[in-house]
Design a protein around this ligand. Structure first.
Ligand code: S3P
Length: 413
């Protein structure tokens, strides 16, 4: 599997502000992570590669970044923009950051608010809630932040800013979001404390360059898992998949729908759990997916929606209003894409209901240039009768370059 997107972003970021070199193996060369690398180049960090999937970062240390002469471009990547804002808030210079048509519509007030409370001065469109954003960083104070959303991007922005304070910064979330930042900070030598949904970091650590082996991305594997689960006769082994418990909701969700999934060869790589995963086709049944499970599978909901089309009985996804502020409004993209293919699906403000029964029909489907919608529709297309045409199909390069080749290689004629 190509490297995990969340882990690849964080490896570039922490490698950039660490002392000495960081070697990243199985770095995801998708457009999102390249955007992060380009932002740090603008901040004066030197890279070698990526050579294949290996990337070398010459770290500048916590205080070694320099004022960018141009505007930082986070492209399509919310992770790039929100996490880097935490780091920029601690810098004694001005940075301006923007992104593509999708990113400039996504909510940034959720990171601006705590970073401003820590002492950063941030200005942007729409009352400082939308990019482009100008950040004048400096000395920050530690805060005890109660986040209204379970968002790893918000949590990580505050923790990264916390590195630039003289004390202990704490974030508490309503439900536990992915914890890659915490794990990687520890790996680089920072002191991090966790208790339930609360995490704290101490300011002023010396981060030491490290070797990071990036696990395969479970969010990309999800599409292949669903393909194998729904296409009769399938048996698929996916090697080297990150199975961090804050990200493995797709496995529990598919299992609760009756999928035949086995994890084996489980191991740990730089503080991240990794397994090989075997998926065999089986008859799926509907399920209700809600509550604390949702943050653990938020990016995999487009894939789960496709699995639900092959199940007997109704599937309900709720408590997932966050889907509306992803790379596209994913509730409306899933509803209109699958409905176009003949699925009985109803949207709700925080999810959708799928009542399977109709055979999927190939159709021309819009993606809104959202990579995960394109991959979901491609897997739905495998199940459908007739041809499916995916508009802006190449947006998959955001997170899974080579997706169609992999799908072709595992699909039977
Ligand atoms: C990510 C966090 C999640 C996720 C995104 C990647 C990260 O977003 O949807 O694809 O790497 O921290 P939120 O923090 O908005 O939930």
């Amino acid at each position: 599997m190509p490297g995990d997107k969340s882990v690849s972003h964080r490896a570039v970021m922490l490698g950039s502000i660490a002392e000495g070199d960081t070697i990243i193996k199985n770095f995801l060369t998708g457009e999102d992570c390249l955007a992060t690398m380009n932002c740090f180049k603008e901040l004066g960090v030197k890279f070698e590669g990526p050579f294949g999937e290996d990337l070398l970062v010459h770290g500048k240390g916590l205080r070694g970044l320099s004022e960018p002469s141009g505007i930082l471009d986070a492209a399509n990547s919310g992770t790039t923009m929100r996490l880097i804002m935490g780091i920029l808030s601690g810098q004694p210079f001005l940075s301006v950051i923007t992104g593509d048509q999708s990113l400039v519509r996504r909510p940034m007030g959720r990171v601006v608010a705590p970073l401003a409370e820590m002492g950063a001065s941030i200005m942007g469109r729409n009352e400082n809630t939308l990019a482009p954003l100008a950040i004048r960083g400096g000395k920050l104070r530690p805060i005890d932040y109660i986040s209204p959303v379970a968002s790893a991007q918000v949590k990580s922005a505050v923790l990264l800013a916390g590195l630039y304070t003289g004390g202990k910064t704490t974030v508490t979330e309503p439900a536990k979001s992915r914890d890659h930042t915490e794990r990687m900070l520890r790996h680089f030598g920072a002191a991090v404390e966790t208790a339930g949904n609360t995490v704290s970091v101490y300011g002023g650590p010396t981060l030491r360059g490290a070797e990071i082996n990036v696990p395969g991305d479970i969010s990309s594997a999800a599409f292949l898992m669903v393909a194998a689960a729904v296409v009769p006769g399938s048996e698929l082994v996916i090697e080297n998949v990150g199975t961090n418990p804050t990200r493995d909701g797709i496995i529990s969700a598919l299992k609760s729908m009756g999928a035949d999934i086995t994890l084996f060869n489980s191991r740990e790589m730089n503080g991240e759990p990794v397994s090989d995963i075997r998926v065999r086709h089986s008859r799926l049944k509907g399920a209700v997916l809600e509550g604390n499970l949702i943050p653990k599978m938020i990016d995999e909901i487009p894939a789960i929606a496709v699995a639900a089309c092959a199940a007997t009985g109704e599937t309900v996804v709720r408590d997932a209003a966050e889907l509306k502020v992803k790379e596209s409004d994913r509730i409306s993209a899933i509803v209109s894409g699958l409905r176009n293919m003949g699925v009985n699906i109803a949207g709700m403000p925080d999810g959708f209901i799928i009542r399977p029964g109709n055979r999927l029909k190939g159709a021309e489907v819009e993606t809104g240039k959202d990579h995960r919608i394109a991959m979901a529709m491609a897997v739905a297309g495998l199940m459908a009768e007739g041809e499916t045409v995916i508009k802006d199909y190449d947006c998959v390069n955001i997170s899974f370059p080579g997706f169609y080749d992999v799908l072709k290689s595992i699909a039977k004629e």
